[in-house]
Ligand binder design. Sequence first.
Ligand code: FO1
Length: 323
Amino acid sequence: VICVLAGGVGAARFLRGLQQAVPPQTVTAIVNTADDMRLHGLTICPDLDTCTYTLAEAIDPDRGWGLAGESWQVLHALERYGEVRPTGSSAGATWFGLGDRDLATHLYRTQRLAEGAPLSAVTVEIARAWGVGIRLVPMSDDPVATKLTITDAGRTSEVDFQEYFVARRHDVPVSAVHFAGAATARPAPGVLDALATAQLVVIAPSNPIVSIGPILAVPGIADAVAARRDHTVAISPIVAGAALKGPADRMLAELGHERSVTGIARIYAPLAATLVIDRADEPLAPAVAAAGMEPIVTDTVMATLERAAALARNVLGTIAARQ
Ligand code: FO1
């Protein structure tokens, strides 16, 4: 079994490459759920859905989230209510883009949760409906929510993840991050087992602070990964000092980390023996080694399925070589 700690787009692309390289049933992805939100009374799990839709070849390839060929009739119909919505109400909100077909996933999930099913069981059902072979497991069945302290126009406040990411276009400085609910959350069934028995644990190229951070904040998970340090490989989400997608680069700097593969190595060194870095960062390989991780230099930008599969084979090879 190969166990992958996964956030959204970068992780989904890596998993899609990995399922070219190994039988999908041998892969368990432990997925961040601290980006989840409630809107229109629905439970929305963006990272789980990004992984599901990507693995089902149904994702919108340009946006990296939501479904390809989506229509937006419901969203446009909601715009009518914008004028009558009282201040403070979130009724009919249109700032978060839910497509018509994507809504079906949230309707199904919300009803199943209301019937008492745990998120992990509902996730299996949704993945099956989309023909996904990789086992997708939410990090926890208990709610955990990323909260960010931001400063906007001189005012400091705490906001939910999607308000920071989508409503404010991750364009405001972050001075603190915490994961509400994490301290009492339990790992979802199968998570600790998968970590303990995997031949290889991969930390996907996701934001270390807000995508991988919440997974590691669930009690027991970081210890389970650290116990497998020699079998754990992280893939840097930072290439030449920049994040390929999202605000990881700025967020690292704002929270006092170095915005480079060296900064990534300092964060992951207690958990993983190996860090895969891009060829563009080859000059920093000695700094990665000095931070306590063995650097592997290769192409990490997953512009095509072939590149993603090649990266996956490379990651598999690092462990095969050491055994
Ligand atoms: N990201 C955006 O930038 N704008 C959106 O309107 C938006 C809607 C959305 C709906 C469903 C879904 O599964 C994801 C969606 N995302 C949107 C992406 C989401 O905010 C990010 O993928 C993350 O949570 C970060 O990993």
